[in-house]
Ligand binder design. Structure first.
Ligand code: HEM
Length: 343
């Protein structure tokens, strides 16, 4: 894809917009008219050309502006990046995986030259060029996880595997759907998933954990998760709730198409070779209801999913204040017919 990078904002005047190409490749997450949590994990294999699944880490037209937004969020709140001392090896794993992937997949934007342990990394989009010694933290300007976390779209958690579970022992989290790294740091799988409704009854978390504990190197996996956000805001963190929470009260029938965004997370998990930790990457895609309506099958389907959504999920995902307005607005596009792929 020939990417034309945008200069846009995810806060204040919210100038973010998707091009037609971005709408076309949006990872619309609903394959059925109903939605409930499930162990929706599949191999993270190379997908179609230009799709969000084409490469390990997807770079799109929002790359430069999203990296700027990360920088602003971190400047205001340095605790969005944290790493416990025993995670240094996993940090270098992360740097290696992301540098190798980006330079192989997007050679026009990123390059990596290796002279034994002396590596030179160039990121043409952010105008960065650095030489450092792989594995020597003193040779690089910041911790390796933070260094590359700033240069790849999305959020990242490094999970340490011990005691038959996973621990969130390091994270770079600036675009999360209302959860806090500072709060969850050091927690186990069972602890950080504690607030999620319905999943214990469905047995989902135990099965997903079992699957991940045996995750193999070179066989990454992925899943989609979703919620809804008002405005194209990346940083919907609990820490900054005062800046975005009240926006949920301003949705009405005339502004719903413009202001309500479907927020889809492409979550990928990679076993890291040296540390045996797991990288959990969360890549956020935003699309508003008007844009969703470019594909009539999407607005129909979203209408049905939201209309039938379990009340616990409406509440947990923070949709209570505006879901009925969204459903009523979307209903005008739903003729009740069965949805065919081509419509
Ligand atoms: C929330 C499932 C992996 C961190 C959730 C939710 C589900 C879920 C269903 C509720 C989301 C919503 O309704 O918006 C899974 C499954 C996984 C997985 C099936 C297996 C691949 C992970 C990993 C992390 C993680 C590896 C690493 C940190 C979280 C957090 C929340 C969450 C922080 C929000 C919890 C809160 O409300 O505080 N997960 N998850 N998940 N998940 Fe996962």
């Amino acid at each position: 894809m020939n990417i034309i990078f945008k200069n846009e904002s995810f806060r204040d005047d919210y100038s973010f917009k998707n091009s037609i190409e971005s709408i076309r490749r949006f990872p619309f997450p609903f394959a059925e008219d109903n939605y409930m949590y499930s162990v929706n994990i599949e191999p993270h294999v190379k997908g179609n050309k230009n799709s969000v699944y084409e490469y390990n880490f997807d770079i799109d037209e929002h790359y430069i502006s999203e990296c700027n937004d990360k920088r602003m969020t971190l400047a205001e709140d340095p605790k969005r990046y944290e790493s416990l001392p025993h995670m240094l090896e996993a940090q270098w794993d992360f740097l290696e995986l992301t540098m190798n992937s980006l330079s192989q997949d997007y050679p026009e934007y990123f390059s990596l030259k290796k002279n034994e342990d002396e590596w030179t990394w160039e990121n043409k989009l952010l105008e960065i060029k650095d030489t450092f010694i792989f594995g020597d933290s003193a040779s690089i300007s910041m911790e390796p996880f933070e260094y590359m976390g700033r240069q790849v779209q999305g959020d990242f958690v490094l999970l340490d595997q011990r005691n038959n579970t996973l621990y969130a022992d390091a994270g770079f989290v600036t675009s999360q759907a209302d959860w806090s790294l500072a709060f969850d740091l050091g927690m186990s799988w069972q602890e950080w998933h504690g607030p999620v409704p319905q999943v214990t009854e469905l047995g989902i978390m135990d099965r997903a954990l079992k699957y991940l504990l045996s995750l193999q190197q070179s066989n990454p996996v992925r899943r989609l998760n979703w919620t809804m956000t008002i405005h194209p805001r990346l940083d919907t963190s609990p820490e900054n709730y005062p800046f975005w929470g009240a926006d949920r009260n301003k949705i009405n029938y005339s502004n719903v198409g413009e202001l309500v965004y479907l927020r889809v997370e492409l979550q990928t998990l990679f076993r890291l070779p040296k540390s045996n930790c797991i990288l959990f990457a969360i890549r956020c895609y935003l699309i508003n209801l008007n844009e969703i309506n470019s594909f009539p099958r999407w607005s129909k389907r979203l209408h049905r999913v939201l209309k039938n959504l379990h009340p616990d999920l409406i509440e947990y995902k923070g949709l209570t204040k505006f879901n009925s307005t969204v459903v009523s607005w979307l209903s005008q596009f739903d003729d009740g017919e069965i949805i065919n792929k081509g419509t």
